[in-house]
Write a protein that binds this ligand. Structure first.
Ligand code: SAM
Ligand code: SF4
Length: 335
């Protein structure tokens, strides 16, 4: 079947256009953030994970079906060997508008400039606290100083609109929300606050007790900043506000308090080659099996992706007051 038989866009049963793919290129990480991983994680054996060539083929299939934006994530994407070459090849794909990355920042002191040269457009860098001891407590193995150097390296490499991602937990870092916004303003960055999502079983805190809502964060910020709703909200899960008198935008990703599923435009590819149709449901298609059963057969792969849109669920099922129904951790999910 010629590839022209396929639709120019991926559209699900609810009429949502899927033009954004998030790819997890590794489940491994140099950090062990308390909300993301257990302390002693078992990582996937090599044979189970997609090769870089397989990831590239899958990316190509999605781009041929109208995907305009790809986010590379993990685990920590920048610890995967050979990732720069993969990024360069994906960035050069015809039809792709934006290749972006979510990273913990630890490798940016050396990789920021090569990433820019490879064609990566924007970076999201995770940073939950400005306190070195708290940073160590949250990430278990991370070093705040290294991440700060990474942020400076990214700015020096010429990345614009760098966004900080901060997961806010009551009792751990909730009193830092104003400090984090001030840090973003001082450094010309944007920032998004994320409500913790119940992915995998975590031991160090009770998720219901640690829940700190978007509305609570907004109330805290209102004491120090004037937040003006942005008109350019793009239909993604983040709702953005401009901090009056600054270039900084503040976003809120609120799966619990403000459901964002109605405008969902994204799917996720795990490093095992499973296409997840929704962050908060297990509906998935094993694209690695398709790829390995039909090597080099792009139309079969494209058909599997088109068919997968039929099982994309209408909305997620998160409930922080119950044990997680989703047993995969965020590092497996490609957050
Ligand atoms: N390692 C990279 C990083 O930390 O930016 C990329 C992968 S990480 C899984 C992507 C984002 O997911 C990070 O901003 C992280 O803070 C967030 N995250 C991890 N576990 C989460 C959870 N249970 N709920 C909400 N966000 C989570
Ligand atoms: Fe690693 Fe990112 Fe998960 Fe932290 S949130 S453990 S940095 S993958």
């Amino acid at each position: 079947m010629p590839s022209t038989a396929f639709p120019a866009q991926l559209i699900d049963r609810f009429g949502r256009t899927v033009d954004y793919l998030r790819i997890s290129v590794t489940d491994r990480c140099d950090f062990r953030c308390v909300y993301c991983m257990a302390e002693n994680m078992t990582f996937l054996p090599r044979a189970d994970i997609l090769s870089l060539e397989e990831i590239e083929t899958l990316a190509k299939a999605f781009v041929s079906l109208g995907v305009k934006k790809i986010r590379i994530t993990g685990g920590e994407p920048l610890v995967r060997k050979g990732v720069l070459g993969l990024l360069q090849n994906i960035a050069a794909m015809d039809g792709l508008k934006e290749l972006v990355i979510t990273t913990n920042g630890s490798q940016l002191p050396t990789l920021a400039a090569p990433l820019k040269a490879a064609g990566v457009k924007r970076l999201n860098i995770s940073l939950d606290t400005l306190d070195a001891d708290k940073f160590k407590a949250i990430t278990r193995t991370g070093d705040l100083h290294q991440v700060m150097q990474g942020i400076h390296a990214a700015k020096a490499a010429g990345f614009g609109r760098i966004k900080i991602n901060a997961v806010i937990l009551k009792g751990r870092n909730h009193e830092e929300v104003c400090g984090l916004v001030q840090f973003a303003i001082d450094n010309g960055l944007d920032i998004s606050f994320i409500e913790e999502m119940p992915l995998g079983v975590v031991a160090q805190h009770d998720r219901a007790e640690a829940y700190y809502s978007t509305d609570a964060i907004k109330a805290d910020l209102a004491q120090s900043f004037n937040l003006l709703p942005c008109t350019d909200n793009t239909g993604g899960p983040s709702h953005y506000y401009a901090v009056a008198g600054t270039a900084t935008r503040v976003g809120f990703i609120s799966p619990h308090s403000h459901n964002f599923c109605g405008s969902c435009n994204r799917v996720r590819l795990t490093v095992e080659g499973r296409l997840l149709l929704c962050l908060g449901n297990e509906h998935s298609v094993d694209l690695k099996a398709v790829l390995r059963a039909h090597p080099g057969n792009m139309p079969v792969l494209q058909q599997a992706i088109v068919d997968a849109m039929q099982i994309k669920p209408e909305s997620h099922q998160f409930n922080i007051h119950e044990q997680p129904v989703i047993l995969r951790y965020m590092n497996m999910t490609g957050g």
